[in-house]
Design a protein around this ligand. Structure first.
Ligand code: MSP
Length: 645
């Protein structure tokens, strides 16, 4: 059987609007799905909404609407959001769908026939937020650890699922399949839970207390417990018990969830599947929590981060990239808009964006936009080729292991290598000295970029396709498979390469421009950092030798022009005995006329770097205070090139 891939997100409760936590899980599933498309697999991606139970009934009541009206409205908010985040799901399931309800009834009947459901009186500690009974042992200071509320004592007769009968089977299954629950910390958490006797699961609610649910097929007086109903979505969506899709995709299923719902997915669900005679899932992929200001995001705390507010300001792909790059899959992360801006400017605008634009410019400038035919390669070309081809394998392994941030880091390592290769090969010199060599170098840059764009696609589909388009490639998106990327030179441009607008324009820091997240009522608007505040901790001391490593010179500015597309940067020509180009963030503060003729202090031995497509060789020194930047200048006329001691 050829390999396939079936991925699911949690189906989200419709009692609150979507926030970045929901967006993260769904983007992770989307990235995995697209990665498996690149691997040439037949894939299926399911998401949806969880619409029954106490919580939803109460939320509907509070909004003054019928449950039906209410769930329709909130479910739509989720459904409308996903296309805006470029989520390529195949199916959106709702637990109020009639087909789903039928499958739930069928599974309940099967499990009952098997003798795994019994009726009993129960008194327990019930958390309304979690919609489940807690044991004393699970509570922290007598409170639900998630909701920080004291559970209510509820005594009632209910139906129970004989989960305890599957405890040993589940322990054995987890031991036999090390990747069943991953990362390992969550596998260990489940095993630790299973080291104590497992209690049976209460799977009904009397209609006297709750009517908003699926009626039990064997007792009209009860509705199904919301988790027993919800988990079944993963099979009902495929048309279980019959259905070509079930046969086709179920054997390949992987779930994506966060740690909050580990127990239902790591324990209830495998036991339910076993009892119903369905194969367990392949992998349960568990991620951590996005926190805001060291705490959980919640509507009542007013610290909910809404995805579209960020997307509107920073763009979709930077948002997707940031979420996937900044969270170590499995661990918690602290959300910060500053960190998003820093990633956008450094990794996207500077590293990737500039690389693409300088590369396109070179093909256009030196070869009128037609990619040349490479000549014989030399050692540095072979080294770059080896890194780029090796990346395809490394990336594939990291993605399979859910090390998504590491897969991105591996791509960015190669991006850094191409940037360095360009600096070292200096195509602008070859352009006049050695056209054959130039052709080879340009082809190696182009081919590495083709690989980078292909691998970036699952994370930033629109930007990757834009790069592929700018490279003149006819094969794009999911069609540019890993297999294709592994063949060096497999694709050549089908059209002339032209200059293109920047992919990721730089943005100002949050400090400079204010937050994209509107303040919640009662909150102070856009907290800005106090620029004048003393920074804690003085800088480390350096030795005289360390200071002497710096080549400081006097330079005379002989040319100054703004860099198109940049709010701050200017391209300066500085004479220091020889002329060189230096990029400086002086726009807005100094005009071209102010600058030309000025003598400045220059760090002359700084490694060259490329900013907005312009290579900068050196740094002009300036002091910045509350009133802005002040260039440091010699107090009397000094010969350009003079060393500063
Ligand atoms: N309806 C259940 C899931 C049933 S699945 C059969 C539910 N819904 S939920 O709306 O509360 O969604 C929980 C999920 O949303 C988490 O498991 C996670 O995927 C995502 N997240 C919600 N808040 C989150 C963070 N703060 N951080 C990361 N993900 C979070 O539980």
């Amino acid at each position: 059987m050829s390999e396939r891939f079936y991925v699911t997100t949690p189906i989200y409760y419709v009692n609150a609007e979507p926030h970045i936590g929901h967006a993260y899980s769904t983007i992770v599933a989307d990235v995995l799905n697209r990665f498996h498309m690149l691997s040439g697999m037949d894939t299926y991606f399911l998401t949806g909404t969880d619409e029954h139970g106490d919580k939803i009934a109460l939320a509907a009541q509070a909004s003054g609407r019928s449950p039906r009206e209410y769930v329709d409205e909130v479910s739509r908010m989720f459904k409308d959001l996903w296309p805006r985040l470029n989520i390529s799901y195949n199916q959106f399931i709702r637990t109020t769908d009639p087909d789903h309800q039928e499958t739930v009834k069928l599974i309940l009947s099967r499990v009952k026939e098997k003798g795994d459901i019994y009726f009993s009186e129960y008194e327990g500690l019930y958390c309304l937020g979690c919609e489940r009974f807690y044991t004393e042992r699970e509570l922290v200071d007598g409170k639900c650890p998630d909701h920080q509320t004291e559970p209510q004592v509820i005594k009632e007769a209910n139906y129970f699922f004989r989960m305890s009968a599957y405890q040993q089977w589940l322990i054995d299954h987890i031991h036999a399949h090390p990747g069943f629950i991953r990362p390992e910390r969550y596998r260990n958490e489940v095993l630790s839970f299973l080291s104590e006797p497992l209690e049976d699961l209460c799977i009904s609610r009397p209609k006297s207390r709750l009517t908003w649910g699926i009626t039990l097929p064997f007792d009209d007086n009860f509705v199904t417990y919301v988790w027993f109903d919800a988990l079944i979505n993963y099979v009902s969506a495929l048309g279980y018990p019959s259905g070509e899709r079930f046969e086709r995709y179920w054997p390949w299923v992987q779930h994506v969830i966060a740690k909050d719902i580990l127990k239902p997915h790591g324990i209830y669900w495998p036991c339910m599947l076993k009892s119903a005679g369905i194969e367990p899932y392949r992998h349960l992929n568990v991620h951590g929590y996005w926190n805001v200001s060291r705490g959980k995001m919640s509507k009542s705390l007013g610290n909910v981060v809404r995805p579209l507010e960020l997307v509107d300001v920073y763009g979709l792909d930077p948002f997707r990239y940031f979420l996937l790059r900044d969270m170590v899959f499995g661990l918690d992360s602290e959300f910060s808009e500053d960190a998003l801006v820093a990633r956008l400017n450094a990794d996207l605008a500077n590293d990737l964006g500039n690389l693409v634009s300088r590369s396109l410019t070179m093909v256009q400038k030196y070869f009128k936009g037609a990619l040349p035919v490479p000549g014989p390669s030399r050692a540095p070309d072979d080294t770059l080729k080896k890194s780029a081809l090796g990346l395809v394998d490394t990336y594939g392994e990291l993605m399979q292991d859910m090390a998504l941030h590491k897969a991105l880091m591996a791509v960015w390592e190669v991006i850094a290598k191409v940037n360095k290769y360009i600096d070292e090969m200096a195509p602008w010199v070859l352009a006049t000295s050695d056209r054959d060599r130039l052709s080879t170098v340009i082809c190696h840059i182009f081919e590495t970029l083709r690989i980078v764009a292909g691998l970036v696609w699952p994370f930033m589909p629109a930007s990757a396709e834009k790069i592929q388009e700018q490279l003149g490639l006819s094969t794009r998106g999911k069609d540019m498979t890993l297999k294709n990327l592994k063949v060096w030179g497999a694709e050549r441009p089908v059209r002339t390469i032209t200059k293109a607008p920047p992919l990721f324009p730089r943005v100002d820091t949050v400090e400079d421009k204010g937050s994209a997240i509107p303040p919640t009522p009662g909150e102070k608007p856009s907290p800005r950092k106090d620029r004048g505040a003393a920074s804690p901790g003085a800088p480390a001391l350096i030795t005289l030798e360390e200071f002497q490593k710096m080549d400081l010179r006097i330079g005379a500015i002989t040319g100054a022009e703004p860099i198109p597309g940049s709010k701050k940067l200017m391209k300066l020509t500085v004479d220091m005995g020889e002329k060189r180009t230096v990029v400086a963030g002086l726009k807005g503060r100094y005009s071209e006329e102010d600058l030309i003729g000025k003598a400045v202090l220059l760090v002359a031995n700084l490694k060259p770097t490329t900013l907005m497509g312009v290579e900068s060789r050196g740094m002009v020194l300036a002091a910045g205070d509350r009133s802005g930047l002040h260039l440091l200048v010699p107090d009397t006329e000094t010969v350009p090139g003079t060393r500063v001691k």
